[in-house]
Design a protein around this ligand. Sequence first.
Ligand SMILES: C[S@@+](CC[C@H](N)C(=O)[O-])C[C@H]1O[C@@H](n2cnc3c(N)ncnc32)[C@H](O)[C@@H]1O
Length: 344
Amino acid sequence: MKALLVPKGQAESLRKQLLKAGYMDIRRKVKVRGDDLEIPVTDTIPPEFSPFPCIQQEEPEYYENAGFLHDQMQKYLEEDGLDLLPGGWQILGDVVIVTLHPDLYPVRSELGDALLTMHPYCRSVYLDEGIEGELRQPNRELIAAQDGVDNPALAIHTENVCRFKLDVTKVMFSKGNLNERIRMGKLGRGEVVVDMFAGIGYFTIHMAVHARPARIIAIELNPESYRFLVENIKLNHVEDIVEPVQGDCAKKTPVSVADRVVMGYGGNTHHYLPQAIRALKPGGVLHYHEIVPEKLMPDRSFERIHSKAREQGRKAEILNWHRVKKYSPGVWHVVFDAMIDGDN
Ligand SMILES: C[S@@+](CC[C@H](N)C(=O)[O-])C[C@H]1O[C@@H](n2cnc3c(N)ncnc32)[C@H](O)[C@@H]1O
């Protein structure tokens, strides 16, 4: 586990910078080592972020771990209930998101309080009951909040120096897509990019902040997500790059303008392939996401991309594909990179 070794006098300002940039590992405690402090950092921290030596912590100390939850919940649950306790949860900004076995619902507020004790810098805890519908909207219930907290659902989540403002009861934020977001942040320099399913700017913000394309046209249908997309463009100071477009990408996707098209969607993405291909200039690259049963991987998606390109008299070349995350048993979220050649 990585940590920066920092003289005590300089630790507080660096800790604030690390928190702001999203490189602070907030699960682990800052440790004293002689005249220095070991400040825990995430694996994504770039070497050039700080001049201080980056070490591997021998004995990392964690804030209360799941064991603490078990101890805390003993007064409310029998042994079989304790066995159902969650082993992990998501922290978005300063909001905890937890999924619970239905048998634990009767003690959800006590469990929420225990999680707040474990994460004292967090403001609220939400019970996650899944993501629904075409607009991928979460179903979440507030189960605990610090006293006097207003707007417990509002979070500003920072990762890889990108800041995302969101309402956790209105829009999703998939932690499983982190690596894919960071990968997209390395693509698109100087290009015209169309993000057809932009959401609150999951890929768009990473690309705009790190790769600096010439222009990103970010299309989003859901008014709630669109509102946060506009806020996140300002929050990350990328107004000069990102043009937010509210509406259906089936109608709003421009023609023959893009060097790169991102289709970061888990619904019937293949229905939107014609618009995506038509948006690409010759030699442009498509990032096509799909939820695929393992037995149909990768051929069904290859065939969908090739046939839609052929229908437009164009040629698709699959550059690479990889699994982004497991979606459900035997089903994967996969992304396919394809170059589309030939004129529109
Ligand atoms: C699943 S989210 C994006 C997830 C994102 N790729 C990530 O990394 O977490 C898909 C977004 O597409 C939006 N969407 C769905 N159908 C759309 C359409 N026809 N046009 C534009 N946006 C659409 C949804 O509202 C949602 O915000």
